[in-house]
Design a protein around this ligand. Sequence first.
Ligand SMILES: *Cc1c(COP(=O)(O)O)cnc(C)c1O
Length: 494
Amino acid sequence: MKYLSTRDKTLHLSAAEAIKMGLSRDGGLFTPERFPSLTEEEIRSLCPMTYQQRAALVMGKFLDDFTAEELESFAASAYSEEKFDTPAVAPLRQVGGSTWCLELWHGPTSAFKDMALQMLPLLLSASLRKTGEDKTACILVATSGDTGKAAMEGFADVPQTKIMVFYPRDGVSEIQKLQMVTQEGENVGVCAVQGNFDDAQTGVKRIFSDGEIREELERRGCFLSSANSINWGRILPQVVYYVSAYCDLMKEGAVAFGDRVNVCVPTGNFGNILACYYAKKMGVPLGKLICASNRNDVLTDFIRTGVYDRNRPFHTTMSPSMDILISSNLERMLFELSGGDDQLVRGYMDQLSRTGRYEIGAGMKEKLQEIFYGGFASEEDTSAAITALYADGYLIDPHTAVAAKVLADYRTETGDEAPAIFASTASPYKFCDSVLSAIGEKPVSDSVERIAQLEAVSGVKAPRRLAELKGKQPRFDGVTEKEKMEDIVLNFLR
Ligand SMILES: *Cc1c(COP(=O)(O)O)cnc(C)c1O
């Protein structure tokens, strides 16, 4: 199967090439030329399988330049019991008569990013081999908090790769920051940016499109690649858990094949919910896809009005991984909605970068609204959702709480009480401060001590790796102005 760019359909790359490059040179995102389907029979056959087996099978449908044996071994190692603290990998937890929470944070960094970033380095290493590449892949990452740590954890000491992470200095939680600056590995680098996530992301994109830097790195035997969710190797492993969740519901007898299940996803860069859409497109009987935002509700407005407008105040919230006003992966959805009109997509993206705004046509808007519902949660709503679920015996993080709240709003507004899943994207222990406050406790002053505090109060065990942060020494303390990220990269790759 070939991959084309959302801004140039004439490009035809293999999966290995698309994964190796991350982002197309024209600025577009790689997208499969067609979507394989999953028949009822195939979905039934996945039900008795392990998560690892399901992953190899689903991914194999898109990666025909990888063998089944390769994908099976990648899945076994990415989702091993050493890395994930539950054999189910992505378990469903029932939280009411017809509601399930899909826990995606059982990996090594306690955020859902692990689901893709434990797999991506294996795909990328294999892609380097398959394309006969002898240069070092230099992964540049802009992170709103969770991606940076998960990417470094995945790429640490992977041969023929280096990874440099930029995070917004005042835009991540203290635990997130500590997780990043204590990262081990000879090939990793971390630097804070004076600005917000969009500044960091814009800086990384700028470096990618800078011809001079590209040439300089070439001379040094490197090339740039991406581990952000614009890389197809990030999106594909995420499709798996939506397929897997449906299989688990069938296996439990909670649904019969064909019953529609609505899914609510806390959304920032639109990667996770896009993967959910792809699962639906392949044939998994999913219903409405509910896009949940925090106060940075640019996607809510887009889904409701067809106007994307990033010209609005940027809010720093207790769900920082969703503090985003430019949702990069929406570009792939525009490509879908327009029936693969690369010129139209290019036009929207030009407008977005020039004016910060674009408006889609009536036909596209109608399709968009048929597939998605958009809603958002204020900070008070988010806290209240944590409090309410805790009262029912379930401790969730603020990102997950945004999804819980928007799902409830969707049900109230539409009366659609079909079975629903909401995605849980981080362990509550990554955001102890907000979680403790929401459940009526005063957080102690030291951010690492709060982990023990939340454990004592809630009786829920903290993920081992987070508990181990106590006493770890920071390795990185760099800070840069957003205009000078180029220098940091050139220095790091010396
Ligand atoms: C990254 C992240 C999100 C947003 O996911 P997207 O794929 O960017 O939409 C939500 N919650 C958490 C905890 C995250 O780390």
